[in-house]
Design a protein around this ligand. Structure first.
Ligand SMILES: [Zn+2]
Length: 96
């Protein structure tokens, strides 16, 4: 009878230890999940910021690529301009 109680106590102790170990493992999973979410959030914000920056740079580059120079005074103008805004010279021969 004594031996059975001892065996039962041991099982109870092992089950308790197993339960504590499982809880500890779950805490690690929770911590991992939190850190992953925070990391994902941080990275998403960095990526969004860089995407915005790239869009601004592309838009700026597109605008710069549309700039043309006046053949007479060298003043800059948009590709759609027909006349120079400084001297009034025709910007491109084919536009007039
Ligand atoms: Zn000009």
């Amino acid at each position: 009878m004594q031996k059975q109680e001892t065996s039962s106590d041991l099982r109870t102790a092992l089950e308790a230890q197993l339960a504590r170990t499982e809880l500890e493992m779950q805490e690690h999973y929770r911590q991992f999940g939190r850190e992953m979410l925070e990391l994902a959030d941080r990275e998403q914000r960095s990526i969004d910021r860089l995407l915005e920056q790239m869009a601004r740079l592309r838009a700026r580059l597109t605008q710069e690529n549309r700039q043309i120079s006046c053949p007479y005074c060298g003043c800059c103008g948009d590709a759609d301009s027909i006349y120079c805004k400084r001297c009034g010279h025709k910007m491109k021969g084919e536009n007039a």
